[in-house]
Design a protein around this ligand. Structure first.
Ligand code: ADP
Length: 394
């Protein structure tokens, strides 16, 4: 009988899910991908099958579906209807924080849950929801194996020197260090390069994960040696609603001179800055690219400027650059942003091939280009399913 793996990615008001069938040859096939969103406001579910065809679109009142556990029941009934006669072998979760030590995914146990809870202060906006999803599954099916896959794990190969901040050393020991995020995406890209771009897989590669959250990772031979995100997912590049790297003195100024509370600053940094704050129009890159407004242009220019600046820093960490890889929503879909980035990065030896850039790659630099540029679609869910399959011995 075929078995399935459920992959869950829980946010504050959403539960994204994918259902993978484990084929006889151990290959993983997505049979449903979707999300429950609007928990607490207007809960609804949308799902597509593995070919992108719509298979479900439902909505409920808040009294019917108000939390992750109830959302999970709806996903379970979809799973039953899509996966007749198969067995659910386990659940893989995206868990944002694995703390200083976890460099690999983990089979969830009561002891592991206790430890993962100690990381809540490191990621208070995400970790509690990730753990709530694990608990919701435990309540319905206590014996179902669950696997926690961490966004920080891939970066644990970085040197201590790269993970330090210049604070007194005891802060490092207390956990204030550069963790890096988007690790499941980078790990997936690293696993894809040998097939898609074998000539760069062992080389010095910077991957730009440009989605609504955005970061860059320096990889050498498929291992992370540096990342733009740090202690939290606020650091590094300009993002949809986050400012990225900025002088920490600004936070002090806002606290001491402008009288903002910690909560107001959190709101400013997580929800009101970035492309949204600079443009005053929105955080969706498509909208900004289509706009004639000066500030939309300014926001795009700053977004590209910051990518180029970070590229220079990460290339220096790598001691040179063999390739730049674009991924995630903006990286995979925006010909224009890739063009602007590659033109600014001409210093690195990238010569853009406009034709393959327009058609989406995978290689978007000219054949003789000293440094190559690529588009490689990411798939964090598949990475989680692979880890889950492996830890469950499927
Ligand atoms: P996340 O998973 O972090 O929510 P995604 O990787 O799905 O984000 O990326 C979402 C972003 O990708 C959207 O905010 C949108 O700005 C951008 N995006 C998607 N398609 C395009 C496109 N064709 N051109 C420009 N930007 C795009």
């Amino acid at each position: 009988m075929a078995s399935a793996i459920l992959v869950l990615n829980a946010g504050s008001s959403s539960l994204k899910f994918s259902i993978f069938e484990v084929a006889a040859d151990r290959d993983l096939h997505a049979v449903a991908v979707g999300q429950v969103e609007g928990l607490g406001t207007a809960p609804r579910l949308k799902a597509r099958d593995g070919n992108g065809q719509r298979i479900a679109e439902l909505q409920w009142s808040n009294s019917e579906v108000s939390n992750h556990a109830q959302a999970l029941q709806q996903i379970a009934s979809l799973l039953r209807s899509r996966f007749h006669g198969g067995i659910l072998a386990g659940v893989g979760h995206r868990v944002v924080h694995g703390g200083p030590d976890y460099s690999a995914p983990l089979l969830v146990s009561p002891q592991a849950m206790q430890q993962l809870e100690t990381f809540i202060p490191l990621a208070p906006l995400h970790q509690p929801h990730n753990l709530a999803a694990i608990r919701a599954v435990q309540e319905v099916q206590p014996d179902l194996p669950q696997v926690a896959c961490f966004d920080t794990a891939f970066h644990r190969t970085q040197d201590r020197v790269a993970q330090l901040y210049g604070l007194p050393y005891e802060y490092y020991e207390r956990g204030i260090r550069r963790y890096g995020f988007h690790g499941l995406s980078y790990e997936y890209i690293a696993s894809s390069l040998p097939q898609i771009a074998p000539e760069i897989a062992d080389g010095r590669v910077v991957v730009a994960h440009l989605g609504s959250g955005a970061s860059m990772c320096a990889m050498h031979g498929g291992r992370s040696v540096g990342s733009s995100m740090g202690f939290t997912a606020l650091d590094g590049l300009l993002m949809g609603t986050r400012p990225g790297n900025m002088d920490p003195g600004i936070v002090l100024y806002l606290l001491q001179q402008e009288g903002l509370s910690a909560k107001q600053i959190e709101d400013l940094l997580y929800k009101k800055s970035g492309l949204l704050g600079l443009s005053g129009i929105g955080n969706d890159m498509r909208v900004l690219l289509a706009s004639d407004e000066t500030r939309a242009r300014l926001a795009i220019d700053h977004f590209v400027y910051r990518i180029n600046r970070e590229l220079g820093a990460l290339a220096a960490v790598l001691g040179g650059l063999d390739a730049l890889v674009f991924t995630a929503g903006i990286g995979e879909n925006s010909t224009r942003i890739r063009e602007l980035v590659c033109r600014q990065a001409a210093w690195s030896g990238i010569e853009l091939d406009s034709a393959t850039n327009a058609s989406g790659g995978p290689r978007i630099s000219l054949a003789g280009s000293r440094t190559s540029a690529w588009v490689v679609p990411t798939n964090e869910e598949l990475m989680i399913a692979r880890h889950t399959r492996q830890l469950l011995g499927l």
